[in-house]
Ligand binder design. Structure first.
Ligand SMILES: Cc1cc2nc3c(=O)[nH]c(=O)nc-3n(C[C@H](O)[C@H](O)[C@H](O)COP(=O)(O)OP(=O)(O)OC[C@H]3O[C@@H](n4cnc5c(N)ncnc54)[C@H](O)[C@@H]3O)c2cc1C
Ligand code: SF4
Length: 488
């Protein structure tokens, strides 16, 4: 423990944001991270409380009190060693993790939690700047070949772990760039894509072969899922060419809203809208990009994806942006004695909301309206919870103007055709069926085929994808070698 009285002496300091008018002019990150001195003070707030609930609140079980202590004592190099021992990509989580660790922090019981995520951010950014993040090339090769299908955080973490223990890993990705939703979902203003490119270079040096633009199996003809594949490879071929196959294809099937008028022009899934802007930011030319300029935009869905649509629409220059959430507005503050150390339900206002947005809660969309085939508005009704069900409140119908409607109501499951092509059993929600058992976990019903990340657990978080990728890598390694030294 760095400073015994730190938690009594120092206040929590949030990372700064660049001013709204300035950041709305571009798609770059705008968070101002802690300086080394500020990080030291924040780390001093850690009480090293003995039972670090933060450590189990963090899905990758980051060893938080230890890196806090190392930052406090100025030993940044060991701080990154500790951080990397549990998390392959802290620069991703240090930017976009919702930080369930902080909800679980003991100081959060009666004070503001330690700023764990901002300290993680400071450690990894310093490590890159100092040149401490270098390839870890395996000393021995095993001669075993592993195919990883899908290059999101789960696939990347698994591929890195497997390459580091000497397997020949090929990572297949149907899109034209590596990263999954980190690349073509999460906007650049939340996480710039150079962070992914840097890791790809590191992983290439460690021996991972990336094959982008290659679709494993086939998508249904009418699929709206992002796909820039130029080549297809069959599951049979993959099973023949590799000793093990790990499926990390995400949960890409967006939830639809089949109400009257859904087929009008101008109503799109968020995942048609967001990837296009990321592609343009990457320097690609797109014909007929979906844009919000000069439009009244309605975003249906109150989560992260919806908030990213708000931020992107405001950067395009939308006239108005309104976001609907079907659930009632949660309380501003949680009842800590009731919910700590768990993730509380409370009102969360994102940096995108702060940039300009009207938020409506307990609202359900009944129908879209249009003229000449184009959406012009929609009709909503207020809803309330009765006997565990959302029911409409009579007489609360309302009309909204809309030139662009973005559906951001989450993802139902992975694209079924891909799992079906492998013959992989699905669970009740349509995800790949596999346990997370210590031995034999992540294995599907198909011999030598494993599954992890959103494809197995359903729509989730980057930090959970990293955890599943790491754990699945251990299972695959154990399957190939009979034992594994990889950590879980
Ligand atoms: C808009 C948006 C914003 C989000 N914001 C956050 C956030 O701020 N913080 C957070 O923690 N989480 C966030 N999430 C959730 C997070 O991005 C996901 O939980 C995480 O990326 C899942 O990782 P994954 O590796 O399992 O799958 P994905 O990231 O979905 O990657 C799967 C990859 O597999 C590829 N693929 C699929 N099938 C095939 C195939 N048959 N052949 C070849 N390639 C295939 C896909 O093209 C894709 O690139 C957000 C999600 C969205 C959509
Ligand atoms: S990965 Fe997320 S939960 Fe874990 S320490 Fe970092 S911010 Fe907290």
């Amino acid at each position: 423990m760095g400073k015994v009285t730190g938690f009594m002496e120092f206040e929590r300091l949030e990372e700064g944001y660049k001013p709204v008018p300035e950041r709305l002019k571009h798609y770059k990150e705008f968070v101002v991270g802690l300086t080394a001195d500020q990080a030291k003070v924040q780390a001093a707030r850690c009480m090293d409380c003995g039972t670090p609930f933060c450590n189990s609140g963090c899905p990758v079980n980051n060893i938080i009190p230890d890196f806090n202590d190392l930052v406090f004592t100025g030993d940044w190099k060991n701080a990154i060693t500790v951080l990397h021992s549990t998390n392959n990509f802290p620069e991703f989580t240090g930017r976009i993790c919702p930080a369930p660790c902080e909800a679980a922090c003991t100081l959060n019981v009666n004070d503001a939690a330690v700023g764990i995520k901002s300290i993680e951010h400071a450690i990894i950014d310093r490590a890159w700047a100092e040149g401490w993040v270098v390839p870890q090339v395996p000393k021995h090769k095993t001669g075993k070949k592993v195919a990883v299908v899908g290059s999101g955080p789960a696939g990347m973490a698994a591929a890195q772990q497997l390459a580091r223990v000497g397997h020949d890993v090929t990572l297949f990705e149907k899109n034209d760039r590596v990263g999954g939703l980190l690349r073509y979902g999460i906007p650049d203003f939340k996480m710039e894509k150079s962070h992914i490119d840097r890791r790809v270079a590191q992983m290439q040096a460690e021996g991972v072969v990336f094959r982008t633009g290659v679709m494993v199996g086939e998508l249904p003809k009418d699929s709206k899922v992002t796909n820039w594949a130029k080549e297809t490879i069959s599951p049979e071929q993959l099973q023949q060419d590799f000793d093990a196959v790990l499926l990390t294809g995400g949960s890409e099937q967006s939830r639809d809203l089949p109400v009257p008028g859904r087929d009008l022009d101008g109503i799109h899934f968020a995942m048609e809208f967001l990837p296009q802007q990321n592609k343009v930011n990457a320097g690609d030319k797109l014909k007929g990009q979906l844009r919000a300029d000069g439009k009244h935009v309605i975003v249906i869905g109150g989560g992260d994806t919806g908030s990213d649509c708000v931020g992107t629409s405001n950067r395009h220059g939308a006239v108005s942006v309104t976001q609907f959430e079907v659930m009632p507005q949660p309380p501003e503050e949680e009842n800590k004695p009731l919910v700590w150390p768990y993730w509380p339900l409370k009102l969360r206002t994102s940096s995108s909301h702060e940039e300009g947005c009207t938020r409506e809660f307990a609202v359900s969309t009944k129908a879209f309206k249009g003229e000449k085939g184009k959406v012009t508005g929609l009709t909503t009704v207020h809803v309330e919870m009765k006997d565990g069900k959302l029911v409409e409140i009579a007489g609360t119908e309302k009309e909204y103007k809309a030139d662009l409607v973005l559906l951001a109501m989450g993802f139902v499951n992975p694209v079924p055709t891909v799992l079906d092509a492998f013959g992989v059993d699905k669970d009740g929600r349509g995800n790949a069926k596999a346990t997370t058992d210590f031995t034999g976990g992540y294995a599907t019903n198909v011999p030598k085929v494993f599954a992890a990340g959103d494809m197995r657990r359903g729509q989730s978080l980057v930090v959970w994808a990293i955890r599943e990728g790491r754990q699945a890598a251990r299972s695959v390694d154990e399957f190939l070698m009979g034992f594994s030294d990889l950590p879980r």
